[in-house]
Design a protein around this ligand. Sequence first.
Ligand SMILES: NC(=O)c1ccc[n+]([C@@H]2O[C@H](COP(=O)([O-])OP(=O)(O)OC[C@H]3O[C@@H](n4cnc5c(N)ncnc54)[C@H](O)[C@@H]3O)[C@@H](O)[C@H]2O)c1
Length: 370
Amino acid sequence: MTRIQINASRNYDVLLEKGILQSAGAQIRKALGLASDPLTGKIKGSKKICIVTDGRVNELYGQHDHPLYQSLRAEGFEVYKFVFLGGEETKTMGTIGQILDFLTEKGFTRSDLLLALGGGIVGDVTGFAASIYLRGIEFIQVPTTLLACVDSSVGGKTGVNLAAGKNLAGAFWQPSLVLFDPLVLKTLSYELLLDGIAETIKAGIIADRLIIETIMRKRNLDDLDFLTSLAGLAIEVKKKVVEEDEHDNGSRQLLNFGHTIAHGIEKLSNYSITHGHAVAIGMKIVSVASDRLGWTIEKCSEPIMDILQRFDFPLDCPYSSWELADAAMADKKRRGDNITIVIPVAIGKCRLKTIPVSSLEQFISYGVNN
Ligand SMILES: NC(=O)c1ccc[n+]([C@@H]2O[C@H](COP(=O)([O-])OP(=O)(O)OC[C@H]3O[C@@H](n4cnc5c(N)ncnc54)[C@H](O)[C@@H]3O)[C@@H](O)[C@H]2O)c1
């Protein structure tokens, strides 16, 4: 088992192991320090847990006869389930309201908890609901996409989209445990695996050249052991950045490499271009622009485009620099008349650069029109 400890406002473990969902109940009981009744072996007293998931993941991993559900019941958890449709259109305050109403209906108290079973959308929505229900209850992340494993389930950023753009409402709220079972990747489409690969490549570009070298050496996405070790490397990058700057006032912003543009692309495409694919285009645009402006120490755009092209990421941007800059106006990275962008300096090293919002379109145009 791979165990990575995150030391933030709440300390917790990220556990990666094939088949770990079968012992999820026991892992959660241990992480929460819950005493068991010597007679029954089950949790003392009552403890409710609500699995929050989307329709697709519910079919695959949320059923009553699935080992995850069974293991929660076996430990004595009172298990409830809230299923929503999924997709960016449902990552909304409306869904949050429905979850909160469900929890009050079922009598959830401050000592009960939520379990996010799914990709980044389920994780972000569940974490946000947990952060505000009764002013905050604990939650567990059980990521089922590679993207959620390597990125969104760790670090405590939770939230929803608003009409004006992505992730504009939310809270920092750390999970109490992250459980990743690589076997769930078997049901993930190649396109969805690629979304996770894009975030893993991002982690490599911002902080760990070894990730890029590892991916280049071995690109077999059917190999679960390879994907698990890659995920471990990417989570180590996230750990470091989150521990340095949990609330995103400084170095954590490095994780946004490619994201200002990516969020614009997602919104402009009505979310038909997925997050990871949009991040790939965003990383390409920023690296080409940074090279052309002489802001990099070593040329970065060629190796970045090379690795992305090896996975056949479509890198042509269907939007103009004006459209992208306009979409970025609602971005969280904007502070007044300035916006902070993440630029690569070398492979494995990025830095923050604050530019006036008025020059963003020109910057993007250097990357789009190459
Ligand atoms: N909080 C953070 O730090 C952070 C970081 C990166 C991304 N995000 C967010 O994550 C979201 C994207 O996450 P995502 O790509 O996981 O998308 P997602 O949650 O929509 O999942 C993608 C699709 O895969 C399906 N799915 C999930 N697991 C599956 C499995 N094992 N087998 C088959 N199908 C499965 C889902 O039902 C869904 O249709 C975006 O909203 C993005 O903003 C958040």
